[in-house]
Design a protein around this ligand. Structure first.
Ligand SMILES: C[S@@+](CC[C@H](N)C(=O)[O-])C[C@H]1O[C@@H](n2cnc3c(N)ncnc32)[C@H](O)[C@@H]1O
Ligand code: SF4
Length: 458
């Protein structure tokens, strides 16, 4: 795949990432708390019925300069212990709003660095889930790990607790790149760690990389991807580096190296795409790759792939997402509830018996339809109007009216070979995949007249 420079220039414009619809910068900070409590209770009667938990652990031992996440660099054991105690109370508080018959299909630990917590704290929290909730038969219990902290003993304990999916944030194998971004390499050789977890412990391992970091060259990144292929994980992710120094001041530290421009970044991605496709990986959405036998590839081929803030999932594991911890976003059928990022406000609110909500967004019917359309395109690279209509009990033309959609808006994409129409249904081509955010934005009525800031599409 070689993406034409004109297309890169044309489409590298501010565009939502669509990890949620509407994007988080539409969330509102004025709301009635009682409406949020009611929304939590109402979610018990909505679909999907399953519960998906997201647990945010904000702490890290040192700052990676590229980091765009919600983190607190801290070695303060009392602060960390205190956070875990508050988190436990929050889980109990949340439970009081949930129907005890609903089952948990997913628990995802993210951060920050969840594996920076002493293992006993992870155990205490998992015990609450195990004792207080029912689970589906094969729930997905996942954790994002910094491999620079991960020992075999710690990984063993995670597996004993029921974790069955580990993500290792490698970012790059090149030591100069890692040094420039202030990141420690893996403590245990990655191949050894991967093989131990996969073959002896029978759990899934995902590797995370970032392209667009300083000092990465086409040769060095090819080498990193070839090393990744030699490890042979079931899934891997190549994130496009999001440089947002106006939000994350520490990212300016990377500017002295000279960051790759859009075209160089895209060529890095093409290199990864080529190495991974030749090794038999299928690309999933914008940045994920999975072996063809992996359930994500199977779901993509069946057009039943789904996604939430935690990444891609199949329809079986999809649940409404209930987030705990600072900055977490609950994604319910009718509403998004975002928690405070401030550790002390977080604690004060929980002590008062309140969910520490800071921002809220209630979706109307048109927005739910738009969300469904955008998710379908972003996940399955395909849109069948009747199928979407069936999910809402309305006709295809009513879906198009709700979106204020006109087929004329697709003409440029069709001419450029990014999209094909088949009886009005939409297929995104291989090239089009790369511009999926731009394509999705043409289905988004809010983009016709927005005053919001977004990072660039590529
Ligand atoms: C929130 S981190 C959590 C895992 C753990 N803290 C770690 O660093 O390994 C999850 C992933 O987000 C990605 N990430 C973080 N900052 C990013 C940025 N500015 N642009 C693109 N990806 C980023 C990294 O690949 C990282 O592994
Ligand atoms: S990339 Fe991960 S370890 Fe590094 S600062 Fe961000 S959250 Fe922490």
């Amino acid at each position: 795949m070689k993406i034409a420079k004109e297309l890169l220039d044309k489409y590298n414009v501010p565009t939502p990432r669509y990890t949620s619809y509407p994007p988080a910068n539409y969330f509102l900070d004025e709301f009635k708390y009682t409406d949020c409590e009611q929304a939590l209770r109402d979610s018990n009667t909505h679909q999907p019925e399953n519960i998906s938990f997201y647990i945010h652990i904000p702490f890290c031992s040192k700052l990676c300069f590229y980091c765009g996440c919600n983190t607190h660099i801290s070695k303060d054991e009392i602060k960390i212990r205190d956070y875990v105690e508050t988190l436990k109370k929050e889980i109990k508080l949340l439970k009081s709003h949930l129907d005890p018959n609903r089952k948990v299909s997913q628990i995802h630990w993210g951060g920050g660095t969840p594996n920076y917590l002493p293992i006993a704290y992870v155990q205490e929290i998992m015990e609450i889930f195990n004792s207080d909730f029912k689970f589906i038969e094969h729930p997905e219990i996942a954790i994002e790990c910094h491999p620079g902290h991960l020992t075999i003993e710690y990984a063993d304990e995670l597996v004993n607790m029921g974790f069955n999916r580990l993500s290792l944030g490698l970012q790059d194998f090149n030591s100069d790149v890692l040094k420039a971004v202030n990141r420690d390499p893996s403590l245990v050789p990655v191949k050894e760690l991967h093989d131990y977890l996969k073959f002896e412990k029978k759990i899934s391992v995902n590797l995370d990389f970032i392209y667009g970091l300083p000092l990465q060259t086409l040769d060095s990144f090819r080498d990193t991807m070839e090393k990744a292929v030699a490890i042979s994980p079931d899934r891997l992710v190549t994130f496009s580096y999001a440089h947002v120094p106006w939000v994350k001041k520490s990212q300016t530290k990377l500017e002295k190296y000279g960051l790759p421009d859009t075209e160089q970044k895209v060529r890095l991605f093409e290199t990864a795409y080529e190495v991974l496709s030749q090794a038999g990986y299928q690309s999933i959405g914008l940045d994920h790759f999975a072996k063809v036998e992996d359930e994500l590839s199977i779901a993509l081929n069946n057009k039943s792939l789904h996604r939430n803030f935690q990444g891609y999932c199949t329809r079986e594991t999809t649940g409404q997402v209930y987030a705990v911890g600072v900055s977490g976003i609950s994604q319910l059928e009718n509403v998004y509830l975002q928690s405070t990022k401030d550790l002390s406000i977080y604690k004060q609110e929980i002590e008062k018996g309140r969910i520490p909500i800071e921002k809220v967004y209630f979706l109307d019917k048109e927005e739910k339809i738009t969300r469904e359309v955008i998710n379908e395109l972003m996940c399955n690279l395909y849109l069948n109007w009747d199928q979407i209509g069936n999910r809402f009990g309305i006709k295809a033309n009513e879906i198009q009216n709700a979106l204020n959609f006109s087929f004329d808006s697709l003409s440029p994409f069709i001419k450029e070979g990014l999209l094909e129409l088949n009886n009005e249904n939409i297929n995104i081509t291989d090239q089009g995949k790369f511009f999926i955010r731009n394509i999705a934005a043409t289905f988004d009525p809010k983009m016709k007249n927005t005053d919001k800031n977004f990072s660039k599409a590529l």
